[in-house]
Design a protein around this ligand. Structure first.
Ligand SMILES: Nc1nc2c(ncn2[C@@H]2O[C@H](COP(=O)(O)OP(=O)(O)OP(=O)(O)O)[C@@H](O)[C@H]2O)c(=O)[nH]1
Ligand SMILES: [Mg+2]
Length: 698
């Protein structure tokens, strides 16, 4: 196995909406580069990058994975990522170790929700982007409409460097606008092609598109602009270097045309990756210095070794697999490396390059390349591995908070312990899930980004760890709060035989702004309550407020000030003041006008414009407020805010209402008060759930 240095590597993440053909493109690239003997197909479950059983079964990428091709003696690392919204954190993590993104767009539907999300994520990281308009062989595919939606929703400076030859089923190749060469493919999926002159009927369109490309490239660079004005055009060399410069600078986004399934245009796509996108040597990697301030680190083998862990896989047999990017220096097999995030030493056995699930052991991995190592003890995603004395670390990857929780219960009684250890392993692999126990109902909760995310996690739990669980309907994480200020008194007094119990406090309670949670203020002067008991009062209130008042949901966004009280020299103790605090809280709640809050989601729906009216009507029916509507290339984008409780069944509704052509994305926005008539229902439901087990509190 060859070891590649930074200048001959490209790290690109394939991102974009689900179904745009990212995985199929990676499979075609592997075939065309001769890395595999058989052309993998998503539909047959035979691709290199969708190797997980769950991915094969669902025909969707659910987890980022790595493949590489050798192309013109350079190594292109392809990170295939999920396009389904629930799994977008995988794409975000992949972008952190990529030097550029391949934004894949379906030529039929154009830009969709996740195209925009991943585009924005790449933008945030300052990554150059190459746009791939894929599936051009399909009925109703259109470069023109796709380009229009890209320019409207992503960037005005998306610019084709190729034109497709033939339309829909007769799509058979591309014209390279720089060299003005046509590449005609055999449509037998082999990726074999021959060079030909530009088809006569395309000559005009090619000249026009080439002119547009030259102008865009000239516009992106002042010097080229001057040359362009003098000469009226650019030379091919100027065009090539200008295009690369402008792409690296994020001023232009070149566009190429493909069909991953028929295997057309993919060799030219790989050429464009080498020609237009940066190698690690071109792009200093973002890092943090000793003080935690932003800096960069060049992909230089002679610098101290630093590696950034971007992903962890929980394999029941191989154990933990840690995937990293070597940022500088060299990671060597059979060596020791320091985990700087946890200040522990890790022993590296084999280090490997990954081709999907296949690990190829190598003696070392140099700066700029991506690799993996198994069985590290303490290392998790986001950690920095490297030389102990070197101050550089890397900004942790941020994962989204869960938006939805389901209660789970083991199908067989004895599995409780196994659930917990297996879930912790899965949490390491996917930090956007959370496993916890509901403090009120004591149920086991699995929280994640959506229904599909939860289902996939449960499937992994079963398949990898042999733990079978039942999923109970999702619960909405309601909260309670207060609307009025009040004062209250709590006194706990008990005289049983010898030692008594005595605690007594007076509190003020007032509402705080949304999101403030809970504040506790000590305003005791003159020792009416001894110092050591003041935290006990807070503890009593904390415990009680988390159990809720109206319907068992945590009470939030209020302040309690203890301002007076009394004590007994002998009988006062912590427990008594804890109980006094709890009593004062409950007393206050009777007058503080308690109410219930619900999570509200930001929702964005994309669908063909014919469905816009129906979809808006439906969102209104779900207590939604439409925030805006936009039309882009035949697609309507509806923005709305809708209570989470009304969105639980949306996925199914949208699919059936639009015949599968609509898509949506939602994320948590804020908490808002539940309308009174619905509060009554929530309280009744909570009561019904509690009856029978509500004996513990006296
Ligand atoms: N006709 C046609 N179908 C394609 C093409 N590329 C992919 N497909 C099909 O489109 C479907 C989705 O392709 P994938 O490669 O799985 O799409 P993806 O972007 O990886 O989707 P996610 O993994 O869900 O993000 C599969 O049924 C493919 O066979 C193409 O160029 N032409
Ligand atoms: Mg995929």
């Amino acid at each position: 196995m060859k070891v590649y240095d930074a200048a001959s590597i490209r790290n690109v993440a394939l991102v974009g909406h689900s179904g745009s053909g990212k995985t199929q493109l990676a499979a075609a690239a592997l075939t065309d580069a001769g890395m595999v003997t058989r052309f993998g197909k998503v539909d047959e479950g035979t691709t290199v990058t969708d190797f997980d059983e769950e991915e094969v079964a669902r025909k969707h990428t659910l987890s980022a994975s790595l493949a590489y091709v050798e192309w013109n003696r350079q190594k292109i690392n392809l990170i295939d990522t999920p396009g389904i919204g629930n799994f977008l954190s995988e794409a975000r993590a992949a972008l952190r170790v990529a030097d550029a993104a391949l934004v894949v767009v379906d030529a039929v539907s154009g830009v969709m929700v996740q195209t925009e999300k991943t585009w924005a994520a790449a933008e945030e990281l300052g990554l150059p982007r190459l746009v791939v308009v894929n599936r051009l062989d399909r009925e109703r595919a259109s470069l023109e409409r796709s380009l229009q939606s890209l320019r409207e929703s992503c960037n005005r400076t998306v610019i084709p460097i190729q034109l497709p030859i033939g339309e829909e089923r007769s799509f058979c190749g591309v014209v390279d606008l720089i060299s003005k060469k046509a590449f005609i493919f055999k449509t037998d999926e082999t990726g074999a092609f021959s060079e030909a002159p530009v088809p006569a009927d395309m000559a005009g369109a090619v000249d026009q598109a080439r002119e547009a490309l030259i102008e865009m490239v000239a516009e992106a660079d002042e010097q080229l602009m001057e040359k362009f004005f003098e000469a009226g055009t650019l030379t091919d060399d100027e065009l090539v270097t200008g295009l690369r410069g402008a792409t690296l600078a994020g001023r232009l986004f070149p566009l190429v045309c493909t069909s991953g399934l028929v295997n057309i245009g993919v060799p030219q796509l790989l050429d464009a990756v080498l020609a237009c996108l940066p190698s690690p040597a071109d792009r200093p990697f973002p890092a943090l210095d000793a003080a935690g301030a932003p800096t960069t680190r060049r992909a230089d083998e002679r610098q101290p070794t630093e590696a950034f862990v971007w992903k962890t896989v929980a394999d029941p047999f191989a154990g933990r697999i840690t995937m990293f990017r070597v940022v500088s220096g060299t990671v060597k097999a059979d060596s020791t490396i320091h985990n700087k995030t946890r200040d522990t030493s890790e022993r590296l056995g084999h280090v490997a390059l990954l081709q999907g699930k296949t690990q190829a052991n190598v003696p070392e991995i140099k700066a700029g390349d991506l690799g993996a190592v198994a069985k590290l003890k303490d290392t998790l995603t986001s950690d920095t591995l490297g030389d102990k004395g070197d101050p550089v670390t890397f900004r942790p990857i941020t994962f989204p908070e869960p938006v939805l929780s389901y209660a789970i219960e083991p199908k067989s009684r004895g599995d409780e312990d196994k659930i917990s250890t297996s879930m912790h392993r899965l949490e390491e692999e996917d930090p956007s899930i959370r496993y916890s126990r509901d403090p009120q109902t004591k149920e086991l909760l699995l929280s994640g980004q959506g229904q599909l995310h939860i289902e996939v996690t449960v499937a992994k739990l079963k398949r990898r760890f042999g733990v079978d669980v039942n999923l109970k309907p999702p619960r909405i994480p309601y909260r309670e709060t207060i609307k009025a200020s009040t004062e209250a008194h709590g006194r706990h007094k008990k005289q049983t035989g010898g030692h008594g119990q005595f605690g007594d406090c007076k509190i003020r309670m007032e509402p705080l702004a949304r999101g403030a949670d809970f504040e506790y203020v000590d305003d005791i002067f003159g020792g009416s309550i001894p110092r050591q008991f003041i935290p006990a009062i807070e503890k009593g209130i904390q415990e009680t407020r988390l159990k809720g008042y109206l319907a068992g949901y945590p009470v939030v966004d209020f302040r309690v000030t203890v301002y007076d009280g009394s004590y007994h020299d002998v009988d006062s103790n912590e427990l008594s003041f804890k109980l006094a605090g709890s009593l004062a809280f409950k007393d206050a709640m009777t007058r503080a006008r308690p109410t219930i809050l619900e999570p509200i989601m930001n929702v964005e729906v994309h669908a063909p414009s014919d469905f816009a009216g129906d979809l808006m009507g439906d969102l209104n029916g779900r207590r939604g407020r439409i925030g805006g509507m936009d039309t882009r290339g035949g697609m309507t984008v509806i923005k709305a805010i809708v209570p989470m409780a009304e969105m639980l069944t949306y996925e199914q509704h949208l699919t059936s209402a639009t015949g599968g052509r609509g898509s949506y994305h939602m994320e948590y926005s804020h908490y808002d008060e539940v309308p009174a008539h619905l509060q009554t229902k929530i309280i009744a439901a909570a009561k019904a759930e509690r009856t029978g087990e509500e004996v513990e509190e006296a």
